[in-house]
Design a binder for this molecule. Structure first.
Ligand SMILES: *Cc1c(COP(=O)(O)O)cnc(C)c1O
Length: 367
């Protein structure tokens, strides 16, 4: 049992609210794939997947090991592994994970294993690069993929998909629409040459918000489930899922001229009261939040982080706050606070959330 006092509470009710919010934007038959990679965006991928397993059609993780963790926890839902590696393909099969095959190297390696086993109609997903230039086959690869598929009954394409490069950016609408058109053109060739119709999907969270017409058969929702849309209005309609709290370990009363923390970065100008909190950069709080850039809430009042963020602790100014050792501290409990931390640490909520480290205890609250 982890008895550290810094806890990330994952709000199940909020997760469900957010899932429902996206469902309402979609046609009733459109499937939802919940993206639970990176420990469920810094929460707990296993607890989130167990909570959502009867509510979504699919899960996606980035790496094989993340998928294995879900299977070990008893998750039976189909799991797409977005970024498998050739050495992991055997494990993919033994855990019945579904690989994204994104080039001929991994496609042929998987086909070879499927032939040797032999597997029957093993579900695979084929990804096309339509402009992100990250992972995916090119449209010119289609004839060769089709001829390999026609010769085998050992694998079966569960889905064809692609990923948008700038779905959140209204200035990139033309580029995005082009990606969607290119994808539609590629999948048409599959539909006219295969005896079955794989599912199609291209939208992530902001894709669903901005291009709902391109929802095809399924959408892949990550950050939206965890409370962030692509603008303030969308985010306000979602509920915050990540609540990070801690406590005050110690309070110090210091004299003018005294300093706080490493490098003596904070110098007291007047008599001050400081509180030490057991969370630091090793827990995922950026050092950029030090020296008054970040704050926490203590008894509903803002307490600025003074001096440098240490590995395991921060010190905050509580001179004007009525508080005691042992009092609760909110690191963040709203999208506004997560956004503030992201701005102050020069990043985006995706990174602020996924930075929360393994050392922080994670608890999913169902009600
Ligand atoms: C991470 C990821 C998603 C989820 O994106 P969000 O913006 O978090 O909704 C969807 N598809 C792919 C391929 C991804 O890598």
């Amino acid at each position: 049992m982890n008895t550290n006092v810094t806890v990330l509470e994952i709000n199940g009710t909020a997760l469900e609210h957010n899932l429902h919010y996206f469902k309402k934007k979609l046609a009733p038959e459109t499937k939802i794939l919940a993206v639970v990679k990176a420990f469920g965006y810094g929460s707990d991928g296993v607890q989130v997947a167990k909570f959502l397993e009867d509510k979504v059609a699919y899960f996606a993780v980035a790496y094989t090991q993340e998928g294995i963790a879900l299977r070990d926890a008893g998750v039976k839902t189909p799991i797409l592994v977005l970024h498998p590696q050739i050495p992991n393909l055997k494990a993919i099969i033994s855990y019945r994970l579904e690989p994204n095959l994104y080039n001929f190297k991994i496609f042929n390696a998987f086909l070879k294993l499927a032939d040797e086993a032999p597997l029957m109609n093993y579900p695979v997903h084929i990804k096309f690069n339509t402009g992100l230039n990250r992972l995916g086959f090119w449209h010119t690869d289609v004839p060769k993929i089709l001829s390999s598929l026609k010769e085998t009954s050992h694998i079966k394409v569960a889905s064809l998909f692609s990923h948008l490069a700038a779905s959140e950016d209204p200035e990139e609408q033309e580029f995005t629409t082009n990606q969607i058109h290119n994808f539609a053109y590629i999948v048409k060739q599959f539909y006219s040459h295969l005896s079955y119709e794989p599912m199609l999907h291209i939208l992530n969270t902001s894709g669903v918000i901005n291009y709902p017409k391109a929802q095809f058969d399924m959408v892949r929702i990550g950050i939206g489930l965890y409370g962030f849309g692509n603008d303030e209005t969308e985010t306000a309609a979602l509920k915050n899922t990540h609540n990070l709290t801690s406590i005050i370990s110690q309070i110090h009363l210091i004299e003018p001229g005294e300093t706080v923390g490493y490098n003596r970065a904070f110098v007291a100008k007047k008599a001050s009261k400081t509180a030490t909190i057991p969370i630091g950069h090793a827990d995922g709080l950026s050092r950029k939040l030090g020296n008054n850039k970040g704050y926490v809430l203590i008894n509903n009042k803002k307490a600025k982080i003074i001096g440098n963020v240490c590995m395991d602790m921060i010190m905050v100014d509580v001179t004007l706050i009525d508080c005691q050792e042992g009092d609760a501290v909110v690191i963040f409990n709203s999208q506004e606070m997560i956004q503030h931390i992201s701005n102050a640490s020069e990043t985006i909520p995706y990174e602020t959330l996924t930075a929360i480290s393994a050392r922080v205890q994670k608890k999913l609250k169902r009600e």
